[in-house]
Ligand binder design. Structure first.
Ligand code: NAD
Ligand code: TYD
Length: 333
């Protein structure tokens, strides 16, 4: 592959993926197509070589724009999405536009242009919650909130596209991802940056019961790259961190790494429809040669240190639109 289009490459995982791919494949050129919503940030890309990375501002819900960007590419990898569950509960219009219509547009453009590879980045949340054991790719989607439902909707359109037209689409479903450049609405960077400032950590429903499986962002990116190269069209590949932790354990870990008191934990009203536990098996991707490399303790220490060292990055974000969102989301909890 010489030229790939990455959509949503100015966000958290997308920007890490672009950096990782440029470092791994010296001949590769990337067109980074991103709408720059509140979560898209050119600061995430400012160290990249402009000779091999071209940024284009655009919306995947705009069919003509995505068709133009994809013309002549060897592959497209889509990260563009509304990505935060709490925001989707406040209103899901953008989630439907991007995660369903936008994905459909990518499929249609790929069909028209005969794009050789389409990789759609999705989430373990499409399976919904599981009390015991882990979901495999053969389990049906049972999404439990507007975000995960919109992701499942996009996936179903794409799989039907493969079935009907043979569009060479592969899907990955990653678990909760952590690392540098994550927008501080998600629990980990929110709690780290709040704790640095001595602000409360709003933990939903005590944090005792809810479990997430933490995947370091570089491991997620390597999994996506492998699925892009070796995955089969029409297939789904789970990417699991293998680090299931209760939210209270994650919270205490953050406070411990920062040397802060547990008095900062503020128990707040639960998220409506809160999925209790996510758990997936990555056996299928492991059979292609993938395994997570990052140990959780080490990944947490690196990540917390990154937010400590890069206040320039998150302090700019935690102003304006973010403060308004934070007030709406948390003021009456
Ligand atoms: P993010 O919110 O940090 O980034 C999303 C990016 O997409 C932003 O740069 C935004 O500007 C862009 N975007 C949004 N709508 C767009 C549109 N209509 N057209 C073009 N660009 C648009 O999200 P993230 O956490 O990096 O997630 C990336 C992908 O990975 C998403 O598809 C998400 O569903 C999936 N995923 C995320 C996680 C996680 O823990 N963060 C886990 C598994 C899967
Ligand atoms: P989040 O980072 O929003 O990811 P997701 O909901 O996609 O898994 O939340 C991770 C977990 O943390 C989830 O169980 C909800 C919980 N949480 C809180 O307790 N407080 C918060 O302020 C946020 C944002 C999340």
């Amino acid at each position: 592959m010489k030229r790939i289009v990455v959509t949503g490459g100015a966000g958290f995982i997308g920007s890490n993926f672009v950096r990782c791919m440029l470092a791994t494949y010296p001949e590769l050129h990337i067109v980074n197509f991103d709408k720059l919503t509140y979560a898209g940030n050119l600061d995430n890309l400012n160290d990249l070589d402009p000779a091999r990375h071209m940024f284009v501002q655009g919306d995947i819900a705009d069919k003509a724009a995505i068709l133009k960007a994809m013309n002549g590419c060897d592959a497209i990898v889509n990260f563009a999405a509304g990505s935060h569950v709490d925001r989707s509960i406040m209103g899901a219009d953008d989630f439907i536009d991007t995660n369903v219509t936008g994905v459909y547009n990518i499929c249609e453009a790929a069909r028209e242009l005969r794009t050789p590879r389409v990789l759609l980045v999705s989430t373990d949340e499409v399976y919904g919650s599981i009390d015991e054991g882990s979901f495999t790719e053969d389990d049906p989607p049972r999404p439990g909130n507007p975000y995960s439902a919109s992701k499942a909707g996009g996936e179903l359109i794409a799989l039907a596209h493969f079935n009907t037209f043979g569009t060479p689409i592969t899907i990955t479903r990653g678990s909760n991802t952590y690392g540098p450049y994550q927008y501080p609405e998600k629990v980990l960077p929110l709690f780290v940056t709040n704790a640095i400032d001595g602000q409360p950590l709003p933990l939903y429903s005590g944090g005792e019961n809810n479990v997430r499986d933490w995947l370091y962002v570089e491991d997620h990116c390597r999994g996506i790259d492998l699925a892009l190269r070796k995955g089969q069209a029409g297939q789904i590949y789970n990417i699991a961190g293998g680090n299931e932790r209760r939210n209270i354990v994650l919270t205490r870990k953050i406070l411990d790494l920062l040397g802060k008191s547990e008095d900062l934990i503020k128990l707040v009203k639960d998220r409506p429809g809160h999925d209790r536990r996510y758990s997936i098996s990555a056996t299928k991707l492991k059979a292609l040669g993938w395994a997570p490399r990052m140990d959780w303790d080490q990944g947490m220490a690196l990540t917390v240190q990154w937010y400590r060292d890069n206040e320039w990055w998150w302090r700019k974000i935690k102003t304006g639109e973010f403060l308004e969102y934070y007030r709406r989301q948390y003021h009456d909890r």
